[in-house]
Design a protein around this ligand. Sequence first.
Ligand code: ATP
Ligand code: MG
Length: 363
Amino acid sequence: MKIALIRGDGIGIDVADAAMAVLEATLQKTGQPKPELDEIHAGAAYFQETGQDIEADGEERAEAADAIFLGAIGLPSIRHADGTEISPHLRLRDRFGLYAGVRPVKAYPNAPQRLADPRAAEIDLIILRESTEGLFYSAAAHKRSLVVNDDEVQDILRITRKTTTKLHRFAFDLARKRQNKGFQGRLTCVDKANVFTSLAFFRQIFDEVKTDYPDVLIGYNYVDAQALDLVRKPWDFDVLVTENMFGDILSDLAGGLVGGMGMAACAEIGDHTGLFQPAHGSAPDIMGQDKANPLAAILSGALMLDYLAEKLGNPHLSDAADLINQAVDDGFRNNRLRPIEFGGDMGTRAITKAITDTVSESR
Ligand code: ATP
Ligand code: MG
């Protein structure tokens, strides 16, 4: 099992190290061989040193690995001459066609809750965000904004049959897997089909794909109503599938309901590889202080193990992922995890040790 490791900038370096330490401990615990790590240097600091945002053969080596793990990339103080941020990872997303952005949102016991309703403890959902087209990256990554004249600028909301079919298949498969794990497994298509022709198309393809999944419960919601529902009754939802920009906004909203950035794991999956990273950035305000919460990165490591279990046909890796998820859950329940981010007394290293200890002690 070969993993391309891009630690990147700021706290990305510390949380990536944390995730790799936990990965090794769980693989050892489940009797699996050590992963082979290929560290690829990339990011803003690397750019400042070398004038390149990633090592010359970095993209090829990332492609050759079974999966890519990334800490965080970018520092506001280091930019390209034109003022844009250093973002080699966006090129990777494009190059590898990482269309499926997976963002789990889960309430942990004793972690901060924004909602007074006791059912908020039940929040456990996944937002699936298309990540290569839609509104947003079709503009930001491909500079596809249309400058009409000095007084008007337009962007494009691009939905293709090919990508959307893959996305919805991924969503139905995920909902089915969740059902098998005891969740409700209900899949909600989130769009604005009443206003945008492109999103009516998005829903049409959802309906075409659904005929292959008669066992999966489905629902539909307009994105504005979905935002309201995520605040009013997030516990009613299981898997949400939506376009790029809507998914970006909803996942921040949902993440805010269950704690801070330090809990937000993320996977970006394509046809041939997957990139796993915490959803947060390099957090220069707290870098080098052992304050970052590494759990988002550690949970992203669990997502990677689940992905690799399927890709490599090795169910033990899925057991290893369960072990990590269980350690985080138990840790919060027993008050063994008290991140500084949540007003607790535990920094990056202490949390990492608590998780590796729990994993190693588990039976
Ligand atoms: P990006 O543009 O890369 O998304 P950003 O500007 O949105 O980055 P982040 O780096 O994600 O910012 O940080 C946002 C805020 O959340 C900062 O105040 C940061 O300290 C905090 N934060 C982010 N990640 C963590 C973490 N793992 N643990 C604790 N605090 C964090
Ligand atoms: Mg951000």
